[in-house]
Design a protein around this ligand. Sequence first.
Ligand SMILES: [Zn+2]
Length: 317
Amino acid sequence: MSFAALARRLALAFLLVLAAAPAAAQDAKRIALSFDDIPRFAGSFMTPDERTTALIAGLEEAGVEQAAFFVTTGNLEDDYGAGGEARIQAYVDAGHVIANHSHSHGWLWNGDAAEYIADLDKAEAWLAGRPGKRPWYRFPYLDEGRDVERRDALRAALRQRGLTNGYVTVDLWDWAIDDLANKAIREERAIDRKALGEFYVETVVQGADFFDRTARATLGRSPVHVLLLHETDLNALFITDLVAGLRADGWTIVTIDEAYRDPIAQVEPDALYLGGGRINALAAAAGRDPEDLPYERNDDAELTRLFEERVIVKGDR
Ligand SMILES: [Zn+2]
């Protein structure tokens, strides 16, 4: 047997271990919510304070018990970060949890590993001892490195610090739709808000199902998913609709603590295709062609086309 064949067989055996989950849960679709870049820059619909208030109220109305808010501590030093500490506290007071999303939000693939680690330590120092703090690190841009050296340096650094990878399984461009909406508002173009909400929710629900199909094909089961979202105006406006849309599609919303108890949380995928979340990394490690793995709406041209067609009020071009 060639080395490659042996490696493939070992990878398969490993995936079968990952597939061993309670039988009753085999067909359930479960997902937890996470929000990145806290405190994020302001949008065009509301102030950052209004956004946090609306997001907390929407999550509560939707019955979402616990979501994760990944903090980029450097944002607190920016103008839009004013009051950010109180907003972070408000999420925690509402029952949600916080974790590390770096200080400066840099890329790993082209950076110095030691500087990168010092940057995440800076964020960790800010987070240390705060209520609701969890020992998770979410890689900015989901960039876990593109070479073995940087990848493994970070894996070791996280282990040394008692941190685990705050991975996502559903990686879609909620931020890009938010960008399009904010740009339309700034340019005073008429948008159909109902259509905006429907387009947004549809993109998220279809994306969740897309990654679940990849997960089932790779693991033979549906893991507890982690949805990547951002602290955007769009989420503040539509989070209740988004949760309703997921539920109507058969999803159960679970806590982020439950999501990270899934067996896939213990894995370090043997792949260098690491920019599209954990399911895609596992699929790549199992031999899937990385070109097949991204969600089709993770694409500027496609999202812009759909946004113009469905959200911009006709005759307003
Ligand atoms: Zn980010």
